[in-house]
Design a binder for this molecule. Structure first.
Ligand SMILES: Cc1cc2nc3c(=O)[nH]c(=O)nc-3n(C[C@H](O)[C@H](O)[C@H](O)COP(=O)(O)OP(=O)(O)OC[C@H]3O[C@@H](n4cnc5c(N)ncnc54)[C@H](O)[C@@H]3O)c2cc1C
Length: 433
């Protein structure tokens, strides 16, 4: 066990914690059955406090391949493996992840615990769609093998580490013939046009929109929509791009002074035509932010908040408009806004996605933003939506329970398996589950 200073991707606080690393199942059992409470951690790519606790069971060093069936596309790996390492192994054999997040530096354990989703949720659902089974260690040291129909599977996927330690899992992969993505970029002039384009191309596997958070009036909701799928021709070489380091003092200056309008610049000058088709390497298509190792530091000492909410399909238009009314009145604009279309909800008790639209908004963290977000929570509840727990660092118990009505089932499972006193994070204490 070693003492560490903890910080999440939102960089909003340093907390003193004890991190426990382990090599064997026996060592993990000794740690988890001691008289302390724990939360597991992966690579700390979550934005808030879901992997924060006094005592942390780190899984990052447990990243071995257990088996890889290259003809069937079935991979069994330890939970600490990053998506990047998985890709380096599977791509040369013509396989890809069924679902990936916007960073390839999440671990498998983190991907399952957050039940991550990508640009293809409207077609393929969450990460758990592709998880065949999970080996989970409970706080009594027992290792259980979970399958889709098990209640503990449904609680573990999206369960934010609160059901035990994911040791390993088997995932199904999807076939690809190339690392190139055929991409189409479409510029829209309003929110209704943005929704129309998402709808029109909803048969395409991947889509996402960069939403102009400064647009107003009839142009409100104008966006650049990126649509694509893997090409059938190209090579299958995995090559991780070189990661750059932003001189963040310079960028903090830009962020304050100029970057706030950068979207408009990109929108009007770089995307000159209404529709552009191109071929793009998958790393650029799926992981544009991974290019810079420290972009999260440009928000300054207090860090950043990513407020990601989702609203049901029939309420998305009205809800996004009302939420932006508040943002515009308060004059606190997000620096980045990403809009995605989602398909139907899965059976997991506290997974984030429901059928509708989600917006992820990156704000500079300060008291005014936090106050405004409290108002936004009220609106998200009013429209029947919810915020994403892996990005959250501030919702209260009341809001969480309103947003996640199936959390009662989740809590009853926590009671049934004696998880409540042993598996805790700063987030689970705050929202009282
Ligand atoms: C640039 C960027 C882009 C992102 N894009 C997306 C996106 O498109 N879609 C999306 O869904 N998410 C996205 N995320 C969020 C990220 O994918 C999740 O937060 C993911 O859970 C991080 O994985 P991690 O290994 O770093 O986990 P951590 O941050 O270390 O932990 C996250 C949660 O997982 C739990 N956990 C971790 N390992 C285990 C384990 N072995 N057993 C049990 N529980 C465990 C922790 O307790 C915690 O609750 C993005 C994050 C970044 C930084």
């Amino acid at each position: 066990m070693k003492k560490i200073k903890l910080n999440s991707w939102g960089k909003f606080t340093d907390i003193d914690a004890h991190e426990c690393n382990w090599k064997t199942i026996k060592e993990l059992k000794t740690i988890i059955t001691s008289n302390k409470s724990f939360i597991p951690s992966g690579n700390y790519r979550s934005y808030g406090d879901s992997a924060f606790s006094d005592y942390i069971i780190s899984c990052k060093n447990n990243d071995s391949i257990i088996s890889f069936d290259k003809s069937e596309g079935l991979l069994t790996v330890e939970a600490g493996i990053t998506l990047s390492k998985i890709l380096s192994i599977i791509i040369p054999h013509g396989w890809f992840l069924g679902v990936t997040s916007g960073t390839k530096y999440s671990t498998l354990g983190g991907a399952i615990a957050s039940d991550i989703h990508g640009k293809n949720h409207h077609i393929n659902g969450c990460f758990s769609t592709y998880v065949s089974d999970i080996d989970l260690m409970l706080p009594n040291g027992a290792v259980v093998n979970l399958r889709k129909e098990d209640e503990l599977f449904k609680a573990t996927c999206g369960g934010m580490g609160l059901t035990g330690v994911i040791i390993s899992a088997t995932i199904r992969l999807i076939k690809i013939k190339s690392t190139i993505v055929n991409q189409m970029i479409i510029k829209t002039n309003s929110l209704s046009e943005t929704f129309e384009i998402f709808d029109k191309y909803s048969h395409e596997r991947y889509s996402v929109a960069w939403f102009d958070s400064f647009s107003t009036g009839k142009n409100f909701g104008r966006s650049i929509i990126q649509i694509g799928d893997f090409a059938t021709e190209g090579d299958l070489k995995f090559k991780d791009e070189s990661v750059r380091f932003i001189p963040f003092k310079l960028f903090s200056y830009f962020l304050n002074k100029y970057l706030i309008r950068i979207f408009n610049f990109l929108y009007f000058y770089l995307t000159s035509s209404k529709k552009i088709q191109s071929k793009i390497h998958f790393t650029k298509f799926f992981y544009p932010l991974d290019k810079f190792s420290n972009w999260n530091k440009i928000y300054g000492k207090k860090g950043l908040i990513q407020y990601q909410f989702i609203l049901p399909l029939d309420k998305s238009f009205e809800g996004i408009k009302e939420i932006f009314n508040v943002i515009q009145k308060k004059n606190i604009y997000p620096y980045l806004a990403v809009l995605k279309l989602y398909g139907k909800k899965n059976d997991n008790y506290i997974s984030f996605p429901i059928k509708g639209y989600s917006l992820a908004l990156d704000f500079k963290r300060n008291d005014q933003t936090l106050n405004m977000i409290k108002n936004l929570d009220t609106l998200v509840i009013k429209f029947g939506g919810r915020v994403y727990l892996t990005k959250d660092a501030q919702i209260d118990e009341y809001s969480f329970k309103k947003m996640y009505p199936e959390s009662t089932k989740f809590v009853s499972i926590r009671k049934k398996y004696d998880l409540q006193d042993k598996m805790k994070s700063s987030q689970s204490i705050r929202i009282n589950i």
